[in-house]
Design a protein. Sequence first.
Length: 383
Amino acid sequence: MSTLLSKTGRHGTPNERGMSLVEILVGILIGMIAIIVIFQVLSVYEDRKRTAVGAGDAQTAGSIALYMLDRDLRLAGYGFSDAETMGCNVVGHDATTGAALNFTLAPAIISKPNGAAGPDAIISLRGSSPLFVARKAFTSSADTEKIMQAGHRPGILRGDILVVSPPTPGPCALVEVTDNTAGDKVTILHETGSYTSDYSAGAVAARYNKDGGLGVAFTQGFLYSLGPSPTRTVWSVTGNRLSYTDTLHADQGAIDVADGVVNLKAEYGIDANDNNELEQDEWTTTDPTTAAGWRAIRAIRVAMLMRSSQWDPNVCSTNPQWTSGASGTPTLTNFVMRNVDGTNDSYSDCNGTNADPNNWRTYRYRVYETVIPLRNMIWGTAP
């Protein structure tokens, strides 16, 4: 058997070959370039995905938040929309929390807890009676008793929360019906302690009555039934989050609705000339000062500003705007923008690729606007 001897003196075959160091290094270089390209593509993809998802989340949250606010306001005024003393100061007592209640009898109130530039708060009040609600007249009153005008007790059930109103402008009161079974068919009681509810058929503790009464004297007037579970909902924006609190059930705490809410603006639509239409000059941010003014509220204009959660240094947003009618003509109005951390705007532009995540301009925004009719006010004051 013969073998071939290589030039180095080792045994081998004529076709034997190997990879040189140069070839190995070239292969590694090509692989590294491919990896860099792959990671670059993934980085761009993830960046665009986060931007799209962030904008989608803001759109979904804004739609849900506006829907819930719209639904609540459409029910505002139920149970008392025909109150002649609309705008009266209602005093009451919550035995569960021990707190005194004090609020304005109005379907919706716009307040500015954060100043003119910051988010507004919107307060809606509505009843929950399952029955046809209409004002009921009473002819005499004591601390824990009301004597109804003949034929006016039906429809008032044990467990109903009532607004007691004088016949002329003056303080109102909130009481809870504990008995409606007197044989005279005109007496209702609003005492402390437990009673049998017509809604649950069980014993419940009176929540809105106070020993010795509320300190508001009535000789005669009207009762407005808010049913067994009225709500006075305060919608507000805190920490870029829309939430609501029911001040008649304050022990339940605030309920968060949506994240990414930067601002909330609202205006009253007041039918000042009583022609059953809202004209261009009938929008305002000023609270009514008379009962007639509160009764003339027909709608609330709402604008909600949403911001995406994803910072994008390649975005340079212009100042978001909403349609305000307070000037008498619908006008595009800038939202007053602040830094993301809530401080006053300290940037003049987006600063190119060196944009700061604290700069509001480097995020995407959506504005949700609508006019919400207060249908109970429209029906309750119709001629």
